[in-house]
Design a protein around this ligand. Structure first.
Ligand code: IPE
Length: 264
């Protein structure tokens, strides 16, 4: 039986968030090797990969407030710049993954995404399904999107996963980040979170550095907890993609202890 897994490579992992438009090619290469290793070892593994924008999209979006809406000619110009910045990082990720032998097919979310007041309500599924059917790994990324209410907005990789999860029913969503997991107020990794734990946890959630127009760790945890509540059997795991070997072991074995697990 195939296992379907969504994997996000966080923007703060694959870029240097303290420096605008700075990728971390050695890290991306390492992650690509680990993905290829896992795919080689597990022909039953069906992956969808998404990546964040880190110091590319966030740096471009911040001066225009693109997430909140796009109305003036200056803001539309900004929208185009954010799209270009996100695509530029995607080009780098795509090339490094293909070089490492991981068969990714880059699909640009903004080509078909439509939002309603910040919520993604449409994404073209045919290319994603066709890629999966042919043994390719669809590679998507946090991107701009047209919005019926706001004009334009930004969709994060998590927003894309939330849209795709009910359609593709993944067993797991993996978020590879720069930190070891979701940290408590004392900086220790919280091993497991259930949606019921959230009210007590909320005040202590932390973890993102630098500019983040899509909300940082606290909002990712909220969003993923809401998703596991809607999708029975889904587990979300947030762990470090920085330490070599963790990503491949998590991909190879659903039971591996690493970072934070969010499930019902
Ligand atoms: C952000 O996407 C997209 C843009 C700013 C264009 P994500 O929310 O998935 O990216 P990271 O992981 O926070 O960088």
């Amino acid at each position: 039986m195939t296992e379907r897994v969504f994997l996000k490579l966080g923007g703060s992992l694959i870029t240097d968030k303290s420096r605008p438009y700075t990728p971390r090619p050695e890290v991306i290469r390492q992650l690509a090797e680990e993905v290829r290793e896992a795919l080689d070892a597990r022909p039953d593994l069906e992956l969808v990969i998404g990546h964040g924008s880190g110091s590319f999209g966030h740096a471009a979006a911040a001066p225009y407030g693109t997430r909140q809406g796009v109305r003036t000619p200056r803001e539309w110009r900004g929208f185009a710049e954010v799209a270009a910045a996100a695509a530029r990082l995607n080009r780098i990720v795509t090339d490094l993954f293909l070089e490492a032998g991981a068969p990714v097919l880059s699909l640009q979310p903004s080509a078909s995404a439509r939002c309603r007041d910040g919520e993604l309500v449409h994404l073209e599924m045919a290319p994603i399904l066709a890629a999966l059917a042919r043994g390719l790994v669809p590679l998507i990324y946090g991107d701009v999107a047209l919005d019926e209410v706001r004009g334009g907005t930004i969709v994060s990789t998590e927003d894309l996963f939330v849209y795709l999860a009910p359609v593709l029913s993944p067993q797991r969503i993996l978020l590879a980040t720069r930190v070891a997991g979701v940290l408590d107020a004392d900086g220790r990794v919280i091993p497991a979170i259930s949606p019921a734990d959230l009210p007590a946890l909320r005040p202590s959630l932390r973890g993102t550095r630098g500019t983040d127009v899509t909300g940082g760790m606290a909002s990712k945890v909220e969003q993923m907890a809401a998703l596991v509540e809607r999708c029975p059997g889904l587990t979300v795991q947030i762990f470090s993609g920085e330490t070599p070997g963790i990503l491949s072991s998590v991909l190879l074995n659903a039971g591996v202890t690493a970072g934070t697990r969010i499930h019902r």
